[in-house]
Design a protein. Structure first.
Length: 94
């Protein structure tokens, strides 16, 4: 039985190593970007390049809205660096 298992494992036809590639394999397969997806990405790129030139400058946002991302960052750093009680988390029975 062991000899048969070794024979089956060594004679797999569907297995290919990481270093072995067929001639048809490419690093960037064509199914990854279809024509529609490429067109959408192109439109987004053009709009990001053209719209800032066309649109007038906007006034700055209020101070409270500018401080909101800083507050979220401080809260996340506080939660990330806060020590936790691992013994209470690990044991389901108290």
């Amino acid at each position: 039985m062991e000899g048969r298992v070794r024979k089956d494992c060594s004679s797999r036809t569907g297995y290919r190593g990481h270093a072995q590639r067929e001639a048809g394999d490419t690093i960037f397969p064509s199914k990854y970007f279809s024509a529609e997806k490429f067109l959408i990405l192109l439109c987004i790129t053009v709009s990001l390049l053209i719209l800032p030139v066309i649109l007038p400058p906007l006034p700055p946002p209020p101070l409270g809205i500018l401080l909101l991302p800083i507050g979220i960052l401080v809260l996340l750093m506080f939660l990330g660096l806060m020590p936790s009680n691992v013994t209470r988390i690990a044991s389901p029975c108290e």
